[in-house]
Design a protein around this ligand. Structure first.
Ligand code: BGC
Length: 414
């Protein structure tokens, strides 16, 4: 059976600045990657040198069949010292946006994707609600420079991520910083303290959750009041939370902590971005590990592509009528045939949700190319395109052709 997607359905791929640009030295993550005793497998270094190679990369994604590119703006480059904005950095992103338009690619822009300027994180980061104003100032200045070229904007990538990691037991309740000494080393080496240093991802999960929620709501209004007229929303880390018999209350508590406040807030947004990779199971005592017999990926979670269908359904049930975009979905694997199989199953689930009337408007594969996977370094390979770490040569994988053909046809054989 062939399923034709609605006209105008958006097919894209996604990246984030720190993971692909290279040498993001002004960011908080750069400090953490180079801290004594770091848990980062390796530093990001040159990454994919996308900072210089974006014209070829955008041309490549268009050639493969995709019509949209989701990428992030690097605050640490745009505001390297507090209150000092780099017009050169803003112009760089203007050229990227223009390059998308030249190729007929919709530029879909994330204002915050995990990294912040080091001065911001060392002085509280998003753990301190008073710092929301600093983020708003960045958004205001940036949208003033770029707004007329933007197609779609996301305020914060996975604004609920730390709450999700805490609710599923991946990180301790106090966040990774409560147990990992390298965060303290990084803070003290750069004139801060462990208490004050608030890098996203590693900081106190609940403080980050609350500040991120406020930052999303307020920055949405700031971004919308700038030049240009485009939809604005947030993207959420949504795994498929499942209960084994007796685990329903724990599953619901996890949903209430990590999804619901954001999905409820999204009712006032133009859309909600769903990002899904796997599932988490709960029993009566809380999160439990992978099920026997289900393969576990290099990321430590189960290969479970059906998660996408279930998170779309859950997001739709709480966000109530707000259009949904899948802003990230994909698999980190060295086996590209496994990637195609994962994608086929994930997309089939998305189609089932759409056939039931859920308003899904687009799908972005994570990621365009193999890149810096945070604590895991360059180990997990999420890309449709392989990147040679020495030469920076790009080589599209069979999955790129496979998914690109679906994008071009705007239809899938199921
Ligand atoms: C993030 C990406 C990350 C991807 C794969 C998402 O949580 O937004 O930055 O690379 O998952 O793990």
């Amino acid at each position: 059976m062939s399923y034709g997607f609605p006209e105008g359905f958006v097919w894209g791929t996604a990246t984030a600045a720190h993971q692909v640009e290279g040498n993001n030295v002004g960011s908080d993550f750069w400090l953490l990657e180079h801290a004594e005793g770091t848990l980062f497998r390796e530093p990001s270094g040159d990454a994919c040198d996308h900072f210089h190679r974006y014209p070829q990369d955008i041309a490549l994604l268009k050639q493969l069949g995709f019509g949209a590119y989701r990428f992030s703006l690097e605050w640490a480059r745009i505001e390297p010292e507090e209150g000092r904005f780099s017009v050169a950095a803003l112009d760089h992103y203007r050229r990227m946006l223009a390059s998308c338009h030249e190729h007929g690619v919709k530029p879909c822009v994330t204002f915050h994707h995990f990294t912040s300027p080091r001065w911001f994180a060392l002085d509280g980061g998003f753990e301190d609600r008073a710092n929301v104003d600093r983020f708003l100032r960045f958004c205001e200045r940036t949208v003033r420079h770029l707004g007329d070229l933007i197609d779609t904007a996301y305020t914060i990538n996975e604004a609920n991520l730390t709450a999700t990691l805490a609710a599923t037991g991946v990180f301790p309740k106090g966040g990774l910083k409560s147990v990992a000494s390298f965060v303290k080393h990084a803070a003290e080496r750069h004139g801060s303290t462990l208490e004050r240093f608030g890098p996203f991802l590693l900081g106190d999960p609940m403080k980050l959750r609350d500040t991120m929620l406020e930052a999303h709501v307020r920055s949405r209004d700031v971004i919308k009041s700038g030049p240009g007229s485009f939809p604005v929303g947030v993207t959420l880390a949504m795994q498929d939370y499942q209960a084994v018999p007796g685990g329903e209350a724990q599953r619901d508590r996890a949903r209430a902590e990590s999804f619901d406040p954001f999905l409820e807030a999204a009712r006032k947004d133009d859309f909600v971005g769903v990002q899904t990779y796997s599932r988490n199971r709960f029993d009566a005592n809380g999160p439990i590990g992978p099920e026997d017999g289900v393969p576990v990926l290099i990321m430590g979670y189960e290969l479970w592509p059906e998660a996408l269908e279930h998170t779309i359904r859950y997001a739709a049930s709480v966000a109530q009528g707000v259009p949904i975009y899948v802003t990230e979905n994909g698999i980190g694997t060295t086996d590209d045939a496994q990637r195609i199989d994962y994608e086929r199953r994930a997309l089939a689930g998305m189609v089932r949700a759409m056939q039931d009337g859920i308003d899904v408007r687009g799908y972005f594969y994570w990621s365009l190319m193999d890149n810096f996977e945070w604590l895991f370094g360059y180990g997990p390979q999420f890309g449709l395109v392989a990147v040679d770490r020495e030469t920076q040569r790009r080589t599209p994988k069979p999955s790129a052709e496979w998914l690109g053909a679906i994008a071009r046809a705007n239809a899938i054989d199921l």
